[in-house]
Design a protein around this ligand. Structure first.
Ligand code: HEM
Length: 221
C-alpha cells in the first residue's frame, strides 16, 4: 500500500485514505489486545481447575528454561503448553463466531444465496459439536491434539480459532507465540488457583469472556 501525499482534506491522492488508515490502526488495537488477554485468562482458569496439568506445564517450562528468560527455539519445543493452548482455544475461543456477507449470488452447500446475505460461522457451536469432536466434547482433553490439529477432530478443517481464508487473523503466528510466552512466564513465577468467589459462566459480548470475572489466587514461587 502506497500513501503518497495528503492534501488538506485528509484524503491521500492514491492508496488508502486517512480514515482507512485510522480504521486499520483501531482494528489492530482492538483485534490484538483483548483476544490475547482473554485467552490468557481462560488458560489460568482452566489450569486452576486442572492443577495436575498446571504442574505438568510448569515442569515442562522449568525443564526447558529454568527461571531464565524464554528464547524462541525453546518455545517451539513446548509440547504440553501447546496442547493446553489448543484445547483452551477450542473450549473458550475468544471469537465465538465470525461473519461473511455475500457480495454476489453464490451457491454454498447446494443452497443459492443472493447478494447481501449475512452468513454467520458459529465457531462456539462448532467447537462444542459432538459430531465433529466426538463424545466428551465439553471436556478438557489434551489427548485430542496429540497427533496435531488435523487429526484432532473428524473434520480436519474444523479448528478455526483464527478464522480461515483471505481474512484469517493476520497475526495468528504472532498471537500463538505471544500467548505461549506470556503463559510460560506466568508459570515460571506463579502458582494459581480459583478463589472461592469464582463462578464459572461464559459471556459472549463481542468476545467470549468469563461472565463474572476471573477471581484467581496467585502465589509467587
Ligand atoms: C489469541 C489471540 C487472537 C485470536 C483468537 C484472534 C482471532 C481472530 C479472528 C477469528 C479473526 C477473523 C475475524 C473474521 O474472520 O471475521 C481475526 C482477524 C484479525 N486479527 Fe486476530 N486474533 C488474535 C490476536 C490478534 C493479534 C495479537 C493481532 C494484532 C497484533 C490481531 C489482529 C487481527 C487483525 C488486524 C485482523 C483482521 C484481518 C483482516 O480482516 O484481514 N489478532 N483475529
Amino acid at each position: 500500500i502506497e500513501i503518497t501525499a495528503f492534501p488538506d482534506n485528509g484524503q491521500s491522492i492514491s492508496g488508502m485514505t486517512i480514515k482507512e488508515v485510522v480504521e486499520e490502526c483501531k482494528l489492530f488495537y482492538l483485534a490484538g489486545t483483548e483476544t490475547t488477554s482473554v485467552l490468557l485468562t481462560w488458560r489460568m482458569i482452566v489450569l486452576s481447575m486442572y492443577p495436575e496439568w498446571q504442574d505438568h506445564a510448569r515442569e515442562e517450562v522449568i525443564s526447558l528454561f529454568g527461571k531464565e528468560k524464554l528464547e524462541y527455539e525453546g518455545v517451539n519445543r513446548l509440547k504440553t503448553v501447546t496442547l493446553i493452548l489448543y484445547e483452551v482455544l477450542r473450549l473458550y475461543s475468544p471469537a465465538a463466531a465470525f461473519f461473511r456477507k455475500t457480495y454476489k449470488e453464490i451457491k454454498i452447500g447446494g443452497i443459492t444465496y443472493p447478494a447481501g446475505v449475512l452468513i454467520e460461522l458459529p465457531l462456539l457451536l462448532m467447537n462444542h459439536d459432538p459430531d465433529i469432536w466426538g463424545r466428551g466434547v465439553h471436556e478438557f482433553k489434551l489427548e485430542r491434539f496429540t497427533n496435531g490439529i488435523s487429526q484432532a477432530s473428524k473434520n480436519p478443517s474444523a479448528f478455526l480459532p483464527f478464522s480461515w481464508g483471505p481474512r484469517i487473523c493476520i497475526a495468528q503466528q504472532f498471537a500463538l507465540l505471544e500467548a505461549k510466552m506470556a503463559f510460560c512466564t506466568i508459570l515460571q513465577c506463579f502458582e494459581f488457583e480459583l478463589a472461592p468467589s469464582y463462578t464459572h459462566a461464559v459471556d459472549n459480548i463481542r468476545l467470549m469472556r468469563p461472565m463474572h470475572g476471573a477471581q484467581i489466587k496467585i502465589r509467587a514461587i
